[in-house]
Design a protein around this ligand. Structure first.
Ligand SMILES: Cc1ncc(COP(=O)(O)O)c(C=O)c1O
Length: 425
């Protein structure tokens, strides 16, 4: 099968006014100008439904788990509901959903547990395109003699070099760790195909979907991956991480845990007391997306169908903004855009763009924009392998512009005007 992201679908236009009305922080002003949040890849804004769920948790269900009284039962019910929401989000069973502090912490813990079963000479494949949180936890296993093989990119379009990937997966490969989408240049990787390559070689597949999650629907059943991680704070929820693990894999590996804690799934992977109020917020973030989906498509009855409808509308909206943005950027003198720019290939990328302008340090550009109420990011955003490979690490990295479903054409135009002004100084 092909990676679901690559199947474009049409939807009625996103109800942008309704979307923006759900996000109170979008009304923020900076120096007398409306804030333009183009910093989504580092963390998105939060709809009021998420804020209310967190407040409601403290008002009605603030207790630890499994107690014999009302607030504790309320807490258990809240966590179970959020787990059910994430199961619909991932398209898996509830006991295959694990909550954790953030993607990085979850991945280090999982890598350590998997590492217990590995021996010197076993191999793990990572990539040059990935965030370091999908590299360093696996590289940490080099201490045990595990060999890390790193897949290169095709520099011209910042896509993964699939020929190199095929060469790097061998009979010794135990796990392939690949991102669903690049948090730096927006490339969407063909993760379904890569999962098949991994499985054909007898290796497990670990997908970092942190960057992909606000842009496209995830279907772990269709992908057939062994593990997939994403962080709700990148898809309109609170600052936490979540893991999907195939049931047999979550049972196969032994997490580091305290003895009295349950050994059943998923508890064995959730060490200590969780940030339960934020788990309440995760459930609300998924329900917000489902509510959006039902508004876009009234025939979407169950939550999973509603989520798919929300992502169809999101994808269409973001792709329109992406076209407008890239066309405007390419007309700016001395601007270098990294990654795919041809609209015919937009199905291979999401709406996250990295640029440089001449020799300007990206921090200088981000500050210029920030003073005008336009929030972008500068540096390497922890995609360290990539910024080194592209030769920009010593020069301040890139400037990143991130578009998500609450952004607008007016914000794109404001950014383009400001960048033109910056470039012509
Ligand atoms: C692609 C990608 N992977 C992993 C991470 C790390 O996520 P977390 O902050 O949840 O540890 C990030 C954060 O920016 C990211 O963009």
């Amino acid at each position: 099968m092909s990676t679901p992201a690559l199947q474009e679908a049409t939807s009625k236009p996103l109800d942008s006014a309704w979307v923006r009305a759900q996000f109170p922080s979008l009304k923020l002003q900076v120096n007398g100008q409306a804030a333009a949040f183009l910093d989504g890849p580092a963390g998105t804004q939060v709809p009021r439904q998420v804020m209310e769920a967190i407040q409601n948790y403290f008002l009605t269900a603030n207790a630890n788990t499994c107690g014999a009284f009302a607030t504790s039962r309320g807490n258990d019910a809240t966590i179970a509901a959020a787990r059910g929401a994430m199961a619909d989000f991932f398209h898996c069973d509830k006991d295959e959903v694990v909550f954790g502090q953030n993607m990085t912490t979850i991945t280090f813990a999982l890598a350590r547990a998997i590492g217990r079963e590995l021996k010197a000479g076993d191999e793990i494949v990572v990539t040059t395109l990935d965030h370091d949180a999908n590299v360093a936890p696996w590289r940490a296993l080099e201490e045990k003699g595990v060999v890390i093989r790193q897949v290169d990119i095709r520099e011209a379009d910042c896509t993964l070099d699939l020929d190199d990937l095929k060469r790097k997966i061998t009979s010794k490969t135990k796990l392939v760790a690949v991102g669903y989408a690049s948090n730096a240049v927006g490339t969407i990787n063909p993760v379904a195909e890569i999962t098949k390559l991994a499985h054909d070689a007898g290796a497990m597949m670990f997908i970092d979907a942190v960057h992909y999650a606000p842009h496209g629907a995830i279907d772990v059943r269709a992908l057939d991956c062994d593990f997939l991680v994403c962080s709700p704070y990148k898809f309109f929820g609170p600052h936490m991480g979540t893991l999907y693990g195939k049931r047999e894999r979550l049972l196969q590996f032994k997490p580091y845990k305290v003895r009295p804690a349950p050994d059943a799934l998923p508890d064995r992977w959730e060490t200590g007391t969780q940030v339960q109020e934020l788990i309440a917020g995760i459930g609300a973030a998924v329900d917000y997306l489902a509510e959006l989906g039902r508004r876009q498509d009234a025939s979407a009855k169950d939550r999973r169908s509603a989520l798919l409808a929300a992502y169809r509308a999101t994808r269409q909206h973001e792709t329109t903004l992406l076209g407008r943005m890239i066309e405007g950027l390419l007309a700016i003198p001395k601007l270098r855009l990294f990654g795919i720019s041809d609209p015919k290939r937009f199905h291979e990328r999401c709406s996250t763009i990295s640029i440089r302008i001449g020799d300007h340090n990206p921090t200088e550009i981000a500050k210029f924009l920030g003073d005008r109420g336009i929030f972008t990011w500068d540096g390497n955003y922890y995609a360290l392998n990539l910024s080194e490979r592209l030769g920009v690490e010593q020069k301040g990295g890139f400037l990143r512009i991130g578009l998500v479903h609450y952004n607008t054409a007016e914000e794109v135009d404001r950014l383009l005007v400001a960048l033109r002004e910056f470039a012509s100084r």
